[in-house]
Design a protein around this ligand. Structure first.
Ligand code: SF4
Length: 449
């Protein structure tokens, strides 16, 4: 049987998207959904499920979508993913379910992400508490109101556990709100999912920094367990020697993005932004800069093929006008009376693979040259912001939280999400939040049989 063409996913053109933050992907119409859902082979051994970090029963929700049972399909998805509409927008499908779809080898995998998005947008969100006999008694504090913390709160409150979420920001949603640009995830979608999650009973305590406003010891007097879900929101600092007396510190990419998302600090239009790094965060800074009438250039030490950013993100950034300079390594900052004017960079080339199998880069001696810029942004990696844990006597391991706390905290404190794994995709933080919540539910259940 010939394999039908994959539905063409409609998106805003580069021209239509660079002057606003509207979602780029336009989703499927009902007709397109019907066509695409009918292409699914309903495999007996569906390889797509193996590619989904959440383990969603993909053929099942596609079948329900075919039958136009969107409410039922969404209810089943929400059992294992409370951030359904968010994941449907931000998951890298090509590397997950669609990459594992049996039709991928024909170049026409089912557009699972688009079907998932349709169900999440058109299905009805229904409360999903467990029955009274399965309810568990207990009180849990969750520190951090991002994807992992909210997912943990969802699972615990569904089981009747009393949950308080402590968030240092004035708004909830963590890095998903502060750093995923709305052209990928509209804020009303995130808000809708958070409202749904909180409708199960968890309470929010905003503007409270643990360690500063309340100590962990105080928590233990009130709560049975504490879950640390503080994310990895601090950029590795980039410090360069300069042509003047002092070293120069680059601006943090996370701070840059957050300032624009919350309209806190805005640079003068037309400034040249030099972004050091090659991951998705560097791309986000570049694409936000384009929308703010700035002139961004991403400076990366390897080539385009070695960039850790998603290929689609790189492609869209190029379409939108982000400039790229490959095989460039910053050597020092060039200042004029303390004001940043650009960097002196060295050219690089690929070398032998390093221990991870990735090609290393070699600097070409004597290749110094000048790259002009007004602002230098560092997007070279992230870690846990230790300020969030000020006074908690918790020590980070390579910038991240340990799984096991031991000592006086043994059995009462657990951690999850990016704070443990390092920056990762939303779906993994979500899953880890649910897993930690299930662990706590098991412990509470044993304590109060
Ligand atoms: Fe459908 Fe592809 Fe999954 Fe098979 S592997 S059930 S074709 S989505």
């Amino acid at each position: 049987m010939p394999i039908q063409e994959r539905v063409k996913l409609r998106e805003l053109s580069a021209e239509d998207r660079i002057c606003n933050y509207n979602e780029i992907s336009l989703g499927l119409s009902e007709k397109e959904l019907e066509y695409e859902a009918n292409r699914c082979l309903q495999c007996k051994k569906p390889s797509c499920i193996k590619g989904c970090p959440a383990g969603l029963d993909i053929p099942r929700f596609i079948k329900l979508a075919r039958e136009k049972k969107f409410n039922e399909a969404l209810s089943e998805i929400l059992e294992i993913n409370p951030f359904s509409a968010t994941c449907a927008r931000v998951c890298p499908y090509g590397f997950q379910c669609e990459g594992s779809c049996v039709l991928n080898k024909t170049g026409r995998p089912i557009a699972i992400g688009a079907i998932h998005r349709f169900i999440s947008d058109y299905g009805e969100y229904q409360m999903k508490m467990v029955t009274d006999k399965d309810k568990i008694k207990g009180k849990v504090a969750i520190i951090g109101g991002g994807i992992a913390g909210l997912s943990a709160a969802y699972e615990l409150s569904r089981y009747g556990v009393e949950v308080d979420i402590y968030e240092s920001r004035p708004v909830i949603g963590g890095l998903a709100r502060a750093c995923i640009p709305p052209y990928r995830l509209a804020r009303e979608v995130l808000d809708r999912e958070i409202v749904y999650i909180l409708s199960h009973g968890a309470k929010i305590k905003n503007n409270i920094t643990v360690g500063k406003d309340i100590t962990l010891t105080e928590f233990f007097n009130i709560y049975d367990y504490v879950i640390l879900a503080v994310g990895a929101s601090k950029c590795w600092s980039l410090r360069l020697p300069s042509n003047e007396e002092d070293d120069f510190f680059a601006y943090s990419a996370i701070e840059f993005i957050e300032n624009y998302m919350f309209r806190k600090k805005i640079f003068d239009r037309t400034l040249k932004i030099l972004i050091i790094g090659g991951g998705n965060t560097a791309i986000d800074v570049g694409r936000i800069s384009i929308r703010e009438d700035l002139f961004p250039t991403i400076v990366y030490r390897r080539g385009k093929e070695q960039m850790p950013a998603l290929p689609k993100e790189i492609e869209e950034a190029e379409e939108e006008g982000v400039n790229f300079k490959f095989f460039e390594v910053p050597k020092r900052a060039i200042l004029e009376n303390g004001k940043f004017k650009g960097i002196e960079a060295l050219q690089a080339r690929l070398g032998a693979p390093d221990s991870s199998g990735r090609p290393s880069f070699e600097i070409i001696e004597g290749s110094e040259h000048f790259i002009e810029g007004d602002v230098l942004v560092s997007a070279i990696g992230q870690e846990v912001d230790s300020e969030v844990l000020m006074g908690c006597d918790i020590h980070l391991e390579r910038g991240l939280l340990p799984h096991d706390f031991g000592g006086e905290y043994e059995d009462k404190i657990l951690s999850c999400g990016d704070a443990v794994s390092g920056p990762s995709v939303v779906v993994k933080a979500m899953k880890n939040g649910l897993e930690v919540a299930r662990d706590v539910i098991g412990r509470l259940d044993k304590r109060n049989p």
